[in-house]
Design a protein. Structure first.
Length: 165
């Protein structure tokens, strides 16, 4: 950032409410741009509060429908993807920003296809690819749910394939 700070509401930005004191006057302390998101550290201007919090600004993406195995269609949901990643990575040494990066990479790839509908199987396979490179335990956890291992033998086969590489 260039050292200047923006006060929400004063320069025409939509007021952001402090999550602690609920006042609407905040200022941007730090701003960082990524390829697909702007991260802003904000501070409440109320002298009794001074709470700092983070906001994320993402470009609005076109509508994308996910086609489930049974033919149902549902709107793509980034939070659902992140929830699956968090569950697979639970109690693993993987920081939240790595899971966010996996989700962002997936989104870029999905929207780059230029299609309005994408099969759910494609999303599952792409997430498994990313998890395999990120953490083998998280990969096996995700694969066990995604592939619906019915018995120990199918689990053993997946583990053997992972260890062979």
């Amino acid at each position: 950032m260039d050292g200047s700070s923006t006060i929400c509401g004063v320069l025409g930005e939509k007021d952001l409410i402090c999550p602690t004191c609920r006042k609407s006057e905040t200022r941007v302390v730090d701003s960082r741009d990524d390829e697909s998101v702007v991260r802003r550290r904000r501070e409440c201007l109320d002298p009794r509060c001074k709470h700092r919090f983070t906001t994320y600004e993402r470009q609005e993406t076109p509508r994308l429908l996910i086609v489930k195995k049974d033919g149902r269609r549902e709107q793509y949901n980034r939070e659902k993807v992140l929830a699956g990643l968090r569950k697979a990575c639970e109690k693993r040494p993987i920081p939240e920003n790595r899971m966010e990066a996996v989700a962002a990479d997936l989104e870029r790839e999905l929207f780059a296809r230029g299609e309005s509908e994408v099969p759910a199987t494609l999303i599952g396979e792409k997430l498994m690819e990313s998890l395999k490179a990120l953490d083998p335990v998280a990969y096996i956890r995700f694969a066990s749910v995604y592939r619906s291992f019915r018995d120990i033998e199918s689990f053993r086969e997946e583990l053997a394939a992972l260890l062979a590489k």
